[in-house]
Ligand binder design. Sequence first.
Ligand code: NDP
Length: 337
Amino acid sequence: ARRKDSVGVALIGLGGYATHQLAPGLQLAEHCHLAGIVTGSPHKIPVWQEKHGIPDRNVYSYDDFDRIADNPDIQAVYIVTPNDLHMPLTLRAANAGKHVWCEKPMAMDAAEGQAMVDACRRNKVQLTIGYRLQHEPNTQRLVAMAREKPYGKILKVRADAGFHAYDDVDPADKPWRLLPQHGGGAMYDMGVYSLNAARYTSGQEPVAVTARQENRRPQLFEGVDETMYFTLEFADGAVAECATSFGQNMNTLRADCENGWYELSPFQTYSGLKGRTSDGQLFADGVPHQQAKQMDDDALAILNGTAPLVPGEEGVRDMRVVDAVYASARDGGRRIV
Ligand code: NDP
């Protein structure tokens, strides 16, 4: 039997991130534990049951998962599926009375994201988005600097997140990240890191967006973006130049201010974030396990009945900009957000 002060979590979608980051994170976490699984792959069930001591009654498929409503072992679900399933699974979990932790990007667009927020509010369950970096101390230092402005007004932010991959993919058998119907493309996958970082580093919401898409491997990237460049304009005249890509390695976040600059590079990795400033400060205040920290923060919000650090509304704010990025990339026009 589990302690009453630990949130029982069911992982939905036992793929790469659930297997290699979230399950280990749940083993390290103090305020939550892995209690159940939801999977469409029967062969994974015995492996996960044995490794994590999951009883038969806490194993679900996508078809029978609404029965989770009656399961007192599980208070929260963590949705770690392809992006197109985030919204429908969130609605089902909320209607089953479970708190929802959902991976980024929150949804396919802002309307879906808002429907998720509304469903969770209606069912009085929490909704939080898996922006692990917002729980991470180097990132939190940048958030504080956006407030305190130690180098004066922030004039320009640069946020680049991408990697080169998929050269070996068979165009007839593409993974979901290259398929439009599943929410594929660099913007949804890595671009939301650039976008979210531009927002927390500037401390402001963008008022306008201009975007440009570049596909150098068109046979691989059909109907999805390989590289996206986007510029955010803020009300005080500051701008954020952002880039994201499945074709280029990049991982830098930088703020240029009136009286200096600072940057985190890399800023988006699971560990090893490194910060430096124009006056020679270095910082690298890692945590032992980002996802354990994130899930402990989110579990405590449930246990204490307090607002989560990264609520669904934060995801909707990003999705509104993502919608504008895709719209602008279609015709090059500037979009008011
Ligand atoms: P994977 O492809 O490795 O795993 C996705 C899992 O979803 C599959 O293993 C499968 O699990 C389930 N699934 C359900 N329906 C489908 C379908 N139609 N096609 C494929 N898989 C399906 O993806 P990741 O784990 O890398 O990513 C999952 C989510 O997590 C994404 O939203 C991604 O953006 C996010 N993510 C976030 C990261 C972060 O740092 N915050 C890092 C990596 C990913 P099963 O067989 O059990 O049903």
